[in-house]
Design a protein around this ligand. Structure first.
Ligand code: GRE
Ligand code: ZN
Length: 355
């Protein structure tokens, strides 16, 4: 399929790239590092070769979320977002931005999101799971009351929030002791992020802010497969799940969440997700540079789904969600063409003047 849009696609800066080093064996780190630091060369060539028209870019993980110093988190977010805005400005027809946010300071995070959405033209935010903060010995999950004013601002701005994985803190990772292979994308990322998402659903956040839209990667981090059981276990017992939210968990999942195909290129899992959340809430993504673009695209382009669903998942749902209408992609492409035309005109004028 041509014209795909992909939205869990990461880059790094020199100051953040080492956060990803632990996720590649030494012999693959050189490659992963080069992939993370590149935007306009190999990445664009891979996009061209595999029918990806547009990538929404985001900073690597955990980056900002792992800075326990509030001011450093604010500073890194701002620098990363400014850097990303410059990259997007070079190819707005192929790249758009998702903001990094200093959630350690919810007010500052709200202000930074406003700046990114309003002044930099970013399409939303991507946050790498819970945040660490000096003076607290626990992970800060965003269902906590101090984040509700932040969520109110996200809803007001009308931009999606991508909840991206990170590993649990060492003190919360006892279950992985002696089994470090389960950390990261193998299992811990999904478990960590799924529980965080369930906390958001159960806390009542979406009753207060029904227009919020959260995106989960990796085909929903296992949630589509488990959604029925979350709401329907031990049905004969007189008391069901006790949580502050008013509705069934699945209702929030279907109305306040989108999921992407990032790093989960499996038709069986996609079809389960289509049956649980619906093709209108699934978005193509690759998870470059941690996954290969060809692995994602070759699978997706031939997966046994209808062509109508392929178009929705591959492009149209993302266009609608992020306001990347035909018009905005086209006008960016036209801008490019017209700037090329202008450049040619300028060259002609210079040549004529010399002649
Ligand atoms: C990611 O951010 O998507 C990621 C990592 C590390 C390993 C795999 C992966 O940060 O997908
Ligand atoms: Zn990712």
């Amino acid at each position: 399929m041509q014209g795909k849009i992909a939205l869990e696609e990461h880059f790094a800066m020199e100051g953040t790239v080492h956060d990803s080093a632990g996720f590649a064996p030494a012999e693959d780190w050189v490659e992963l590092k080069a992939r993370l630091l590149d935007i306009h060369d190999r990445r664009l060539a891979e996009m061209d070769a595999h029918g990806i028209e547009m990538m929404l870019l985001s900073l690597n993980a955990p980056a900002v979320q792992a800075l326990s110093d509030r001011n450093r988190a604010v500073d890194l977010s701002r620098r990363a977002n400014d850097f990303l805005a410059e990259q997007v400005a070079r190819r707005p027809d192929r790249f758009q931005g998702l903001a990094a946010l200093p959630m350690q300071d919810p007010d500052a995070a709200a202000r930074e999101l406003d700046r990114c959405a309003s002044a930099l033209g970013f399409r939303g935010a991507l946050v790498n799971g819970f945040s660490e903060l000096a003076g607290t010995d626990h992970a800060l999950y965003y269902d906590r009351k101090e984040f509700w004013p932040f969520w109110s601002e996200v809803e007001r701005l009308g931009v999606p929030f991508y909840l991206h994985p990170r590993n649990p803190l060492a003190k919360d990772a006892a279950i992985y002791e002696g089994h470090r292979w389960l950390l990261g994308p193998t299992w811990a990322f999904g478990q960590e992020t799924a529980v965080h998402a369930l906390r958001l659903m159960g806390c009542g956040l979406f009753d207060a802010h029904p227009r919020l839209q959260i995106i989960l990667g990796h085909m929903g981090e296992g949630l589509p497969y488990s959604m029925w059981r979350v709401d329907n276990h031990n049905k004969w017992m007189r008391t069901q799940n006790a949580y502050p939210a008013r509705r069934k968990i699945a209702d929030y999942f279907r109305e306040n969440f989108y999921i992407t195909t990032s790093g989960n290129f499996r038709t069986q899992a996609l079809i389960d997700a289509m049956l649980e959340i619906g093709a209108d809430r699934i978005l193509f993504s690759t998870d470059w540079p941690f996954e290969n673009i060809d692995h994602a695209a070759d699978w997706f382009d031939t997966a046994a789904i209808s062509e109508g669903d392929r178009l929705k998942i591959g492009r149209d749902n993302a266009r609608a969600l992020f306001g990347l209408g035909d018009a905005s992609i086209q006008s960016a492409a036209e801008q490019k063409t017209s700037s090329v035309a202008m450049e040619e005109t300028r060259e002609l004028l210079v040549r004529n003047r010399r002649a």
